[in-house]
Write a protein that binds this ligand. Structure first.
Ligand SMILES: [Zn+2]
Length: 326
């Protein structure tokens, strides 16, 4: 088993993750500043340990690293304001210069993509890492949609493989528990037998991408309003199966908080307690199977979404940080 002992959990965060855009939150349920709000809220609850454990991405992911997954034509299309406005579902943004949209919206997500790579590296070294951004699971090779522009998991995998930190044949697990189906990484995973994908999502909302669903290895579509009991039963049924599909060198866990009952988009109606139970079940399963995991924050929509992210992060550090009794 490759899980290190002692475990050295890391948080990955930068204030450059924040999207400051003319009151964006009044136009869309996404709170662009939730990254810093979540990290500060967690710091108030946890104290200085979180600062000691936080790694900060030094810069946005490079064009060269993006080109390992995305086409040059696609990256050129991101210089069109109209295209970017369409991907974030805010047509009014098409009137802004592309350079402004790049600086205010795309650059923060390039930082988030560096964060996913940093979290993957930290997980390989210390067992566990939590990136407060990332999980852009609707982005595919040539398409941005659903507020996702860069396929951070696949960009990170390409970088790790190129650097010789991952090798052909080493299996990777993607557990996508965001409320939306992860159609982008599913499309990108066609033809890569080293990836094993688990996806639990609300089948009644966007993206309903039936072609991408064929790439999911364990596919669990759930109805709107599923609620705690059924959600956790489905999760408890599938988690024990995972180690049998390995061995896995690394897992990416998209811990979207948009399953939460007050979320404005997710629709699964899951309580705050059950959300933390979800994280506990996933992380303890991976830990006991010896699978290092990079947690990615994924989606979460609403003015208080940051509190759910912070609660999840606090649970993570209380369980595996300095004060944990492992
Ligand atoms: Zn989502």
């Amino acid at each position: 088993m490759s899980f290190p002992n002692p475990i050295d959990p890391r948080v990955v965060y930068s204030s450059a993750y924040d999207i400051h855009f003319l009151g964006l939150e009044r136009l869309h349920p996404f709170d662009g500043r939730k990254f810093t709000r979540a990290w500060r809220y967690a710091r108030r609850l946890l104290g200085p340990e979180i600062e000691r454990r936080t790694l900060c991405p030094r810069g946005p992911i490079s064009r060269e690293q993006l080109l390992a997954v995305h086409t040059p034509e696609y990256l050129a299309r991101l210089r069109s304001s109209r295209y970017v406005a369409q991907a974030v579902e805010m047509p009014g943004l098409a009137w802004f210069p592309a350079a402004v949209l790049d600086c205010r919206i795309l650059r923060p997500m390039r930082f988030g993509t560096t964060g996913t790579l940093l979290a993957a590296r930290a997980a390989l070294q210390g067992g566990l890492a939590y990136n407060l951004a990332g999980g852009y699971h609707h982005a595919s090779q040539e398409e941005a949609e659903g507020f996702c522009f860069y396929a951070d998991i696949h960009v990170s995998l390409a970088a790790l493989r190129q650097a010789g930190e991952l090798h052909p044949g080493e299996r990777i697990l993607i557990i996508d528990l965001d409320a939306h189906q992860g159609n982008g990484h599913e499309r990108l995973s066609r033809g890569d037998p080293d990836l094993f994908i688990v996806d639990l999502y609300n089948r009644d909302i966007y993206p309903q991408d039936f072609a991408a669903r064929r790439r999911i290895n364990i596919d669990r579509p759930l109805p709107s309003g599923t609620g705690d009991t059924r959600y956790l039963r489905v999760l408890r049924d599938l988690l024990p199966q995972l180690p049998g599909h390995g061995p896995f060198k690394l897992a990416f866990y998209i811990a979207g908080t948009d399953i939460y009952e007050a979320d404005l988009l997710g629709g699964l109606n899951i309580s705050g307690d059950a959300l933390l139970t979800r994280d506990r079940l996933v992380l303890t399963t991976l830990q006991s199977a010896g699978i290092p995991v990079a947690v990615l924050a994924g989606g979460g929509y609403g003015p208080r979404s940051y509190q759910q992210v912070a609660n999840s992060l606090c649970y993570f550090l209380e369980q595996w940080g300095d004060r944990a009794s492992r």
